[in-house]
Write a protein that binds this ligand. Structure first.
Ligand SMILES: NC(=O)c1ccc[n+]([C@@H]2O[C@H](COP(=O)([O-])OP(=O)(O)OC[C@H]3O[C@@H](n4cnc5c(N)ncnc54)[C@H](OP(=O)(O)O)[C@@H]3O)[C@@H](O)[C@H]2O)c1
Length: 330
């Protein structure tokens, strides 16, 4: 069976040419676990970071040895688990860029293919969706009347966060994204009130026009001057969720930004690590899945087929050229 590994050690963001396919033996079904055929592999920014610098406690994978990690959706082909039977579908955050996986019972969750398209379980109903949901509902606690802003708004975290904020009663939802195509998606498909293109010269004026009295909740995915600007435009007692710093992941210096306004605005700033919410998968999916099924919450994918093309999609994500959730179909 095929699996993808690194060709060599990385000291910068991964490119398509950094990956290679290797053949491996089919794994055995573990005692009490399952053997799954992978259907969808999730390509996420944290994996890009992990490949060069490691992520949280996980070191970079060893070149020519370790499979590239990633969330997956798979079909059970053999089961020794009481949780699932052959033919069921599962989601796992302990997967990788590989055709077949052996998983222990605590490494997967059964998913319902009738509730949503299977690939949604690595996107809007997967880790990016959980990240958006926890930031909006548990940290910022968005409520009626909030003015909510989020950047990387065309992506699965940002796009979902804005739509959840709307479902929770936000009066105005503003996105920030790079380029006209992304902004059109954010306004027309995700239904934000306004999306500001930060590549345009007028983006700061456009943002102020969309939120003349400032924003009450800012959800940060990028950093850099977008974060500095957002901090200046917070309302008093504003709430800020620091979720991601995509503009800084491959810099050698830690991300820097203006912290002065935190004091002046009496702001509450919450750092978000989605792992803290892994005990809430069921609650999250039971609230989100009906919204996805009814079309109240929309999702868009940047999809490619075949493990041999996964590196190309990773390179696209690292350059911010992706539009929507990056997913590889096998
Ligand atoms: N804290 C957590 O537990 C957690 C969990 C999941 C994700 N995250 C973070 O949430 C953020 C969004 O994740 P996502 O999966 O939804 O990704 P995504 O939005 O699909 O992709 C990242 C986006 O960041 C933007 N970006 C701005 N400057 C960039 C740069 N210098 N290099 C690359 N991209 C840049 C690009 O959008 P524009 O062109 O529109 O700017 C790009 O499309 C990321 O920062 C991610 O690391 C955090």
């Amino acid at each position: 069976m095929k699996q993808v590994v690194l060709k060599h050690k990385l000291d910068a963001a991964p490119k398509a040419s950094d990956f290679m396919i290797m053949n491996a033996d089919m794994p055995d079904c573990p005692d009490g676990g399952v053997l799954v055929k992978v259907k969808f592999v999730s390509i996420d920014p944290y994996v890009g970071h992990q490949l060069s610098k490691g992520h949280m406690a996980s070191p970079p994978p060893k070149p020519k040895t370790d499979v590239i990690p990633g969330g997956i959706v798979g079909e059970v082909v053999e089961s020794q688990s009481k949780k699932v039977k052959k033919g069921d579908f599962i989601h796992s955050m302990d997967g990788g860029w590989v055709e077949y996986l052996a998983l222990h019972e605590d490494q997967f969750m059964k998913i319902d293919p009738r509730a949503a398209p299977l690939s949604a379980y690595v996107g809007v109903l997967g880790m990016p969706g959980l990240t958006a949901w926890s930031g909006v509902t548990q940290l910022a606690r968005v409520r009626e009347g909030d003015v909510f802003a989020v950047n990387a708004a065309a992506g699965p975290v940002g796009g979902t966060a804005g739509q959840i904020a709307r479902m929770k009663g936000a009066r105005t939802v503003i996105g920030i994204a790079g380029g006209a195509t992304k902004c059109q998606l954010v306004e027309e498909t995700y239904g934000f009130d306004r999306c500001v293109d930060y590549k345009s010269d007028s983006w700061q004026a456009d943002y102020k026009a969309a939120a003349p009295d400032g924003v009450s909740v800012h959800y940060e995915n990028v950093g850099s001057d977008q974060l500095s600007f957002a901090m200046q435009n917070l309302q008093l007692y504003g709430r800020v969720v620091l979720c991601g710093l995509a503009a800084h992941y491959h810099e050698s210096d830690p991300a820097m930004t203006m912290i002065g306004p935190i004091v002046g605005k009496r702001a509450v700033v919450s750092g978000l690590v989605v792992y803290d919410f892994y005990s809430r998968w069921e609650e999250f999916r039971s609230e989100m899945a009906p919204w996805v099924k009814s079309g109240d919450i929309k999702f868009v994918e940047d999809r490619i087929s075949g493990l041999e093309n996964a590196g190309t999609l990773m390179e696209k994500l690292m350059n911010g050229r992706n539009v929507g959730k990056c997913v590889v179909a096998l």
